[in-house]
Ligand binder design. Structure first.
Ligand code: PLI
Length: 464
């Protein structure tokens, strides 16, 4: 084992229930082959998401007991505000109960129909919130970012040439540029400091603000320290400060690198934007010093944002995810390389080349992992992203991935080994997996509530 062992010991345990194969088969069928509808206590290793699933530290739990639940001016808010200002450097700090509310507040205040918002790759809630305003969400990741087998060290980079072209053509309709660190929908891949600088330069030239989606900022900054020339001797905290110094604000889901189970914020330099957003915040989330959160939650975030910058923690965290990826790669399982910060992404197109994207190969793998091994993964592919274009033709995403997202400080390396062996077994018997078709879909974010069924072999034969 080449990565550092857990830099913590376990003080509280949560028992896991073993569920029989028969029960899992029943549950996944009842769920309409949608893993979101399977009860969590029927899952052995839950890699659905790293969001809101972290184990908090004793320091964070101690902070929860210091919650000041005053309606206005809670001391925990001031601690939270000071911490966010220290790390991110933005003047106005607006708490929200999770990341997508920060997005919604920002976009519903600033965007108008017909606007365009570029990003490296929009996360699904970001894209949906942009589209909800009648605006267009455009992905401008570098070409390597869409090639699962490319080993570019910063596959999350946004292509400054594509950005320059877009801003030259449509600059008047672009109220902000977003940059997601790390790039979740592209495999948890980092963005380099050089790229941030280049994007900033293009934004400055076109006078467009740059807003970070900062969910996994500490993991991104650790990659910069490890991979980018000139940063090996910089602390992750100083790298974070430098990174955000190139931006005008950020949205943040503290459920990731805030190491908490709920919470988020929006931080901005622009006073006018902050004022308008705060007015909306009061209408839909709460008073500006709690924004939908309890005082104790704000305290846990303030402490989590500091803890996440601990480099022993980050070395273990990034190492544990990389280790899972290496076990899979060594067995020939196709994954996105280099391994991402918070998750291993299996390349479902190469894993199941005989199932076309119209039959949801990623979701077929997700179903098999639960049915046969009690593991919950999530599809990040055609179920999540395929959409009809203006002519009604369905456009499929270039990447068809299955994400094994690793919660922070929750599972041991033995759990990772169990996951790796299970994925490898499915891979060895992959010819048994069948394509799927939708029986129900909601008009937006359909993957959360979709229902599917397996396509019988005879139907597949007839279609070919
Ligand atoms: O789940 P929220 O609303 O706290 O955060 C939304 C969100 C915004 N940006 C990015 C990059 C995300 O990854 C993100 C949430 N991610 C989830 C839920 C995930 O499973 O990855």
């Amino acid at each position: 084992m080449r990565f550092p062992a857990e830099p913590f010991r376990i003080k509280v345990v949560e028992p896991l229930r073993r569920v029989s194969q028969e029960e899992r088969e029943r549950l996944i069928l009842e769920a309409g082959l949608n893993i979101f509808a399977v009860p969590a206590d029927s899952i052995y290793v839950d890699l659905l998401t790293d969001s809101g699933t972290s184990a908090m530290s004793d320091q964070q739990w101690a902070g929860m007991m210091l919650g000041d639940e005053s309606y206005a001016g809670s001391k925990n808010f001031y601690h939270f505000e000071k911490t966010v200002r220290e790390i991110f450097g933005f003047r106005h700090v607006i708490p929200t109960h999770q990341g997508r509310v920060a997005e919604n507040l920002l976009f519903s205040t600033i965007l108008k129909a017909g606007d365009v918002v570029p990003n490296n790759i929009h996360f699904d809630t970001t894209r949906a919130n942009v589209q909800h305003q009648g605006a267009e969400a455009v992905d401008l990741v570098i070409d390597e970012g869409l090639v699962p087998a490319s080993t570019h060290p910063f596959k999350g980079n946004l292509d400054p040439v594509k950005l320059d072209r877009l801003l030259t053509e449509k600059g008047a309709c672009v109220p902000m540029v977003m940059l997601t660190v790390t790039n979740n929908s592209g495999g948890g891949q980092p963005v380099s400091m050089a790229n941030v600088r280049a994007v900033r330069e293009v934004c400055t030239r076109h006078q467009v603000p740059l807003i970070f989606d900062a969910c996994r900022f500490a993991e991104n900054c650790f990659f910069i320290q490890q991979r980018e020339p000139g940063y090996a001797n910089h602390s992750v905290e100083s790298i974070a400060k430098e990174l955000f110094s190139f931006g005008d604000g950020c949205t943040m889901s503290a459920k990731k690198d805030g190491l908490v189970n709920i919470g988020g914020f929006l931080a901005l330099n622009d006073e006018d934007w902050a004022k308008r957003i705060t007015n909306l915040l009061i209408l839909i989330e709460g008073f500006p010093t709690y924004g939908g959160l309890a005082g104790r939650d704000l305290e846990a975030i303030a402490r989590g944002l500091k803890e996440v910058l601990n480099e022993d923690y980050l070395a273990f965290r990034i190492g544990q995810v990389a280790h899972l990826g290496e076990l899979l790669m060594n067995a020939g399982v196709p994954i996105v390389t280099p391994v991402g910060g918070h998750a291993v992404y299996v390349d479902a197109k190469r894993f199941l080349p005989d199932i076309p994207q119209s039959q949801f190969p990623g979701q077929a793998l997700v179903v098999a992992l639960y049915r046969d091994y009690g593991i919950r993964a999530v599809e990040v592919g055609s179920l999540m992203f395929a959409q009809p274009d203006a002519s009604g033709t369905v456009q499929y995403p270039q990447l068809e991935l299955v994400r094994l997202a690793v919660p922070r400080r929750v599972y041991t390396t033995e759990h990772m080994r169990y996951v790796a062996e299970s994925v490898i077994e499915v891979f060895e018997h992959r010819d048994r997996l069948k394509g799927l078709r939708l029986t129900y879909e909601a008009p937006v974010l359909r993957h959360f509530t979709a229902r599917l069924e397996e396509i019988a072999e005879t139907e597949v034969g007839a279609a070919r």
